[in-house]
Design a protein around this ligand. Structure first.
Ligand code: ZN
Length: 265
């Protein structure tokens, strides 16, 4: 694991990137997620490649959020052989001046000679991909899970709660042994954590329904009733989460929206 050195309110201690170098064959390597181009990250990457006498051939990006993708041009400048690979999200991908190569669900990416199955796992973002290494039952999970925290669903930026929950179910069904997320520590009990995540979202949905029934009609009022005492810097993200719940309930016929005024139905 190579830290991206970008701590902050939304990234916690900063992003994890993962350098995959195979044990056999030619010394090629792949990096999972690009970080933000921090000089220390680039130096750590160069040193790790040097130690194994390996060349960086691919940078595989879980999704187009800047903390995962913004470092691509800096890495491209330092590693001219590297291909940049992700599921397309054209309006976001265009912000980073590299020639993105397209990855689809079911594709197998060769990362440093190691085969990884690409899983399109949207919801946190429309383009989100996780990478499954079946021999070790390990999944590189990007922003699908963060131990001890929850994942923001930014409805106004392509987040979709129903798809996110389906993505979690898909991970669970693979019966992984380990999850390697882009934030926080490795997860060694995936079943407990994923089941806990699904239960947490169901509980949150009940809170949103209760808030609607109690007469809270705006996203802001519902967020304030649920996330009482939340740090103000995190409130916009909490409102995005509430909006994502409301949109899911609307799709399911359980809530209605008239000009921004929400009611149960
Ligand atoms: Zn993200």
């Amino acid at each position: 694991m190579l830290p991206a050195y970008n701590p902050g309110a939304m990234t916690g201690a900063g992003n994890n990137t993962y350098l995959v170098i195979g044990d056999t064959g030619p010394s090629t390597a792949a990096l999972i997620d690009a970080g933000v181009g921090a000089p220390r990250h680039l130096a750590d990457l160069a040193a790790a490649l040097d130690r194994r006498d390996a060349r960086l051939d691919a940078v595989v990006v879980t999704h187009g959020h800047p903390d995962h993708a913004a470092g691509a041009p800096a890495i491209a400048a330092a590693h001219p052989h590297a291909a940049f690979i992700k599921h397309p999200w054209p309006e976001e991908d265009a912000r980073y001046a590299v020639a993105w190569r397209t990855l689809r669900d079911g594709d197998v990416v060769m990362a440093g000679g190691v085969p990884l199955d690409a899983l399109h796992t949207p919801g946190h973002s429309p383009d989100h991909m996780a990478f499954w290494h079946e021999p070790s039952r390990t999944i590189f999970t990007g922003d699908l899970v963060v131990l001890g925290s929850s994942v923001m669903i930014h409805w106004s930026r392509g987040g979709d709660l129903a798809r996110y929950l389906a993505s979690l179910e898909r991970l669970l069904a693979l019966e992984p042994r380990q999850l390697l997320p882009a934030h926080g520590p490795a997860i060694d009990d995936p079943k407990t954590v994923l089941a806990g995540y699904l239960a947490h979202r169901r509980a949150r949905e009940r809170q949103v329904i209760d808030a609607l029934r109690a007469g809270h009609g705006s996203v802001q009022a519902i967020a304030e009733s649920i996330y009482d005492g939340l740090a103000p810097a995190l409130m916009p993200a909490a409102q995005e989460n509430v909006r994502a719940h409301l949109e899911k309930l609307k799709t399911e016929g359980l809530a209605a929206d008239e000009g921004g005024r929400w009611t149960p139905s």
